[in-house]
Design a protein around this ligand. Structure first.
Ligand SMILES: Nc1ncnc2c1ncn2[C@@H]1O[C@H](COP(=O)(O)OP(=O)(O)O)[C@@H](O)[C@H]1O
Ligand SMILES: [Mg+2]
Length: 232
């Protein structure tokens, strides 16, 4: 469905990602692991169109989207949840959610109810100014806004970042059931290895902008790999 072919990218002359190739099938979840500064967020930016590739190609269902800007990729049903969530803090919860479907021409009518069913706390806070939500609630709101856009692919950059452990578990469970129910594929960047392992069997590890390990949970659980690349 999404095919990344030999993509290199960076910031100006600084090269961060080199020769990244990824295949994301429909209805699948890919975990992206790696320590701080290894290029995980850069990869999410490249996939969402926030950063252009230096070289390489990105295809969505055989359509070359390498040069598509973020809003076109959003219209192609790729939703991005940036690190630090990126909600609109001064807007109300429900206003943030409605913005999720702004770029879309076709969105199921009952989407808002669906989001509230995943995250009941949001339905109790519809009129609350989003910036006053807790970190975990803001993450739920960001995911909810992405669901509102009826995506085929969701890109998540460290959804557990700054969230208390009990909520991390809840968000993980919801992400999994939501992706299965709606046939949404996920790319989940995380430093929280247990969260990734609860979501998926298929992971890559980034080290200095390169994919150094690609494999199943059982292979990555090998203690040497964990020690070498994840500092665990
Ligand atoms: N806007 C930027 N300009 C220049 N360098 C950046 C920028 N953002 C990130 N980098 C550099 O790119 C590398 C990878 O960063 P990043 O993708 O954010 O890593 P991660 O998300 O894995 O922690 C780091 O060396 C970082 O300093
Ligand atoms: Mg990051």
């Amino acid at each position: 469905m999404l095919s990344v072919e030999n993509v290199s990218a960076g910031y100006g002359k600084i090269s961060v990602l080199s020769e990244i190739s990824i295949k994301l099938e429909s209805n699948s979840i890919l975990g992206v692991l790696g320590r701080n500064g290894m290029g995980k967020s850069t990869l999410i930016k490249v996939l969402s169109g926030l950063l252009t590739c230096h070289s390489g190609k990105i295809f969505l269902d055989n359509e070359d989207i390498t040069d598509y800007p973020p809003h076109l990729r959003a219209q192609k049903k790729i939703a991005t949840i940036v690190q630090g969530r990126g909600i609109f803090p001064r807007l109300k919860v429900v206003e943030n959610l409605m913005l999720g479907k702004l770029l879309q021409t076709t969105v199921k009518k009952d989407r808002l109810d669906e989001v509230y069913s995943y995250f009941p706390i949001l339905s109790e806070r519809t009129g609350q100014v989003a910036g006053t939500l807790s970190g975990g609630e803001q993450q739920m709101l960001a995911i909810g806004r992405a669901i509102m856009s009826d995506p085929k692919i969701m890109l998540l950059d460290e959804p557990s970042d700054g969230i208390m452990p009990s909520l991390v578990k809840e968000i993980g469970t919801t992400l999994k059931s939501m992706s299965q129910k709606n046939n949404i594929s996920l790319v989940v960047v995380e430093q929280n290895v247990p969260l990734i392992f609860s979501l998926t069997d298929r992971c890559i590890i980034l080290e200095k902008g390169k994919i150094v390990v690609e494999g199943k949970k059982s292979e990555i659980q090998d203690s040497n790999i964990m020690k070498q690349y994840l500092a665990i």
